[in-house]
Design a protein around this ligand. Structure first.
Ligand SMILES: [Zn+2]
Length: 196
């Protein structure tokens, strides 16, 4: 078990979340991309490596501090293109076997939304996911992430992740936009998910 940076505020997340992203980088940028990631992480002073994280079980804990550094490094590998980070998030629920297994039980988007706060608690030891509004007439849902100021790149990834979850619930098209963000001075991050 590699030594991880402990952050009391941001806590831990499951290694499975990182496994999905590492697979995505490997698919898009090959083994060279992974090597570049390792180099960037080392230069950032990360206390763990991709190699160590890959050896962990999906349910093992990785510090969110490392998660933050990892996403920042991915942002550099993808030439600072936010769309690629969003795509990485979108891809995440469909690659991780753990998440796929969990989401596979839910055929309707409404059930998935109802499950979202619990899903958050299972994957992150800090922060909170709150369902703010479910608007059935206009087909949108508003979610908030509270007390979890990781980084803007993390928020972009999360917006993509919500789109990916929607895709697994067999909705024709799902788009997610972050409407308010703690990194732009808001009290919490607010995401709007629209389905059509
Ligand atoms: Zn945000």
């Amino acid at each position: 078990m590699p030594e991880m940076v402990v952050s009391m505020e941001l806590g831990y997340c499951k290694a499975g979340i990182l496994h999905a992203d590492i697979e995505f980088v490997k698919k898009k940028k090959g083994i060279d991309g992974i090597e570049t990631l390792e180099k960037i992480l080392k230069s950032m002073g990360a206390k763990a490596s991709i190699n160590q994280v890959m050896k962990m079980k999906p349910a093992e804990n990785v510090s969110v501090e490392f998660r933050k550094m990892f996403l920042d490094a991915c942002f550099q590998v993808f030439d600072k293109d936010p769309e690629k980070i969003k795509e990485m998030g979108r891809n995440s629920p469909s690659i991780s076997p753990l998440q796929k297994l969990v989401l596979g039980h839910f055929m309707t988007p409404e059930k998935a939304i109802g499950y979202a706060p619990k899903f958050w608690r299972e994957n992150y030891t800090a922060g909170e996911l709150v369902v703010l509004e479910i608007n059935r007439e206009k087909n949108y849902v508003r979610l908030a992430i509270k007390n979890f100021p990781v980084s803007k790149v993390f928020c972009i990834h999360l917006a993509g992740y919500f789109e990916g979850v929607g895709k697994l619930t067999k909705v024709i098209s799902v788009t997610c936009k972050e409407m308010k963000c703690v990194h732009d001075g808001a009290e919490f991050c607010e995401f709007e998910i629209r389905s059509g």
